[in-house]
Write a protein that binds this ligand. Structure first.
Ligand SMILES: Cc1cc2nc3c(=O)[nH]c(=O)nc-3n(C[C@H](O)[C@H](O)[C@H](O)COP(=O)(O)OP(=O)(O)OC[C@H]3O[C@@H](n4cnc5c(N)ncnc54)[C@H](O)[C@@H]3O)c2cc1C
Length: 473
């Protein structure tokens, strides 16, 4: 794109949304160009911050007319390079689309604009004695538009579903500038193709989500959180099924924590010492919610753990005695991600398999890691109750990080081929972005890839929306 075309596009954008909302200075654009994992470099022509859906629509039309393209950005916490941009692109930030439009307690729904920060939506729901259950480590900065566009998961998927399951309706600006509005809070609507589901998980390649109607739930009357130590992954899966049965399926969180994560978290965050006075191979963080009708809920759970201990299914357990201790357990789960970074470089995989295959997945992946990169440290953690493991691998201790990273392609192939053979997915909850784009033909197949290209071509024939993400150009 020529310099004069660039200059006139910026001028026209300023006419639509005002000078203050078209950022071109480095100090104002830089925060939108940082990539979480430092894997990709970003540049842009300008960052624009429209204030409502009509302004978004007008900006999209202008960008299309000038023959360039748009990269939508929310909280910029995505982990696959989905919001990375290049020098001729316009980055559209949804930060000013931050109104809560409506809370409907009777319908148990909330309508929010795309730029609302996830924790603000949770808090607004709580002020109305309702629960918005989406919860993840980045909840203080990620935005609802980003959550929907990546179909984010998090720690409560087990009971409440992922973002897709929590969405009743969507409003979005399409590549031709038209506004698609389907914000009705209906739980039943069988009127043909579900267009909202095309936009969810599309990572900004089919349109810009400007608002959504989301499901709310009654606040749990009581909850109990425990850290449980176990001897094997088989025991973890057995425990999971027993707790689901015991609780009539009210397990909301069931997160796997390996011993290495306990050790590294204690090493790098002394305020989070090892919870047990002995080292055990695995721990799980469990949370159960009660409806309030079962008075002896906590006691039943405690008795269940005592029996599991007597039967040698578990090695030890700590039940949180109050909210602050429960938060402490949760913080341990969150901190383990950062603790790993202090140990040098790592290679990560966000994978899922049927839950019954998890023991085999972990055993086979550990064996292949040892074969390809002897001494590298497998660091599998996460949402085991959903079959979703973050199978990270830390570099060997005190070794050359670059030499380890040189084995990335072989490690990726080794791990992902195992996942594929076990009927799993190479991207459970983080999406595709640029990072995993080239894996689609190998693991999703040619038919799925062709269908995806056809959908992109039908909705965005000029490739204006986030080109090169999810699908190669
Ligand atoms: C510490 C940490 C913990 C995390 N934990 C989890 C977890 O447990 N589960 C999980 O699923 N993810 C997790 N993530 C990843 C990330 O937080 C989520 O993917 C989140 O949903 C991204 O939201 P965002 O607003 O930051 O989106 P961004 O990073 O800004 O964008 C992500 C993608 O969505 C597109 N996009 C953003 N807004 C819009 C819009 N309005 N319309 C169209 N496209 C849009 C972007 O172009 C990009 O492709 C974590 C990240 C961090 C840093």
């Amino acid at each position: 794109m020529s310099n004069s075309n660039n200059t006139s596009l910026v001028k026209e954008l300023i006419q639509v949304i005002g000078e203050n909302h078209v950022l071109t200075d480095d100090d104002r654009t830089t925060p939108f160009l940082i990539e979480q994992r430092s894997l990709f470099e970003s540049k842009c022509l300008a960052v624009i911050q429209p204030g409502n859906n009509r302004e978004v629509s007008e900006c999209v039309r202008l960008v299309g007319a000038h023959g360039t393209s748009i990269v939508p950005i929310g909280g910029n916490t995505g982990l696959c390079g989905g919001a990375v941009s290049h020098a001729n692109q316009i980055v559209l930030s949804t930060a000013r689309l931050n109104q809560i439009r409506e809370v409907d307690k009777i319908n148990n729904s909330i309508t929010v604009e795309a730029g609302c920060i996830l924790s603000n939506v949770q808090n607004t729901a709580a002020e109305h004695q309702r629960l918005f259950p989406l919860s993840l480590g980045a909840e203080g900065s990620c935005q609802i538009g980003g959550n929907l566009s990546t179909n984010a998961g998090g720690i409560n998927v087990l009971h409440y579903g992922n973002t897709r399951d929590l969405c009743l309706g969507i409003e979005a600006v399409l590549p031709n500038g038209s506004i698609f509005s389907d914000l009705g809070a209906l739980r039943k609507d069988n009127t043909g193709y579900s267009l909202k589901h095309l936009l969810i998980g599309a990572e900004g390649t089919l349109g810009i989500i400007t608002a959504a109607t989301l499901k709310l739930f009654p606040e749990p009357k009581e909850s109990v959180t425990a850290l449980v130590a176990l001897p094997s992954v088989q025991a973890v899966i057995q425990l999971y099924n027993q707790i689901r049965e015991l609780s009539s399926d009210r397990v909301t969180t069931f997160e796997l924590i390996p011993q290495i994560a306990i050790e590294l978290t204690a090493r790098h965050f002394p305020e989070h010492p090892a919870p047990f006075d002995q080292a055990y191979p695995w721990q799980v963080l469990v949370t159960l919610h009660s409806t309030g009708l079962d008075a002896d809920f906590s006691e039943q759970f405690s008795n269940f753990l005592a029996t599991a201990f007597e039967q040698n299914l578990i090695c030890d357990a700590l039940i949180a005695q109050n909210v602050s201790q429960a938060r402490h357990f949760l913080a341990l789960r969150e901190k383990l991600v950062t603790a790993q970074r202090f140990e040098g470089v790592s290679i990560s995989h966000d994978i899922s398999v049927p839950i019954s295959r998890i023991p085999e997945l972990i055993a086979r992946c550990s064996a292949i890691v040892e074969k390809i990169a002897p001494g590298a440290r497998p660091y599998p953690f996460g949402h085991v109750g959903d079959g979703n493991i973050h199978y990270n691998i830390c570099q060997p201790e005190n070794a050359d990080g670059e030499a380890f990273l040189a084995k990335r392609a072989a490690l990726n192939e080794g791990v992902l081929d195992i996942v594929d053979k076990l009927g799993g997915s190479f991207s459970a909850e983080h999406g595709i972005g640029i990072l995993k784009r080239d894996l689609i033909p190998r693991y999703k197949g040619e038919v799925a890839l062709k269908l995806m290209h056809s959908i992109k071509q039908a909705i965005d024939p000029d490739n204006i929306m986030n080109p090169g993400k999810v699908l190669a150009d």
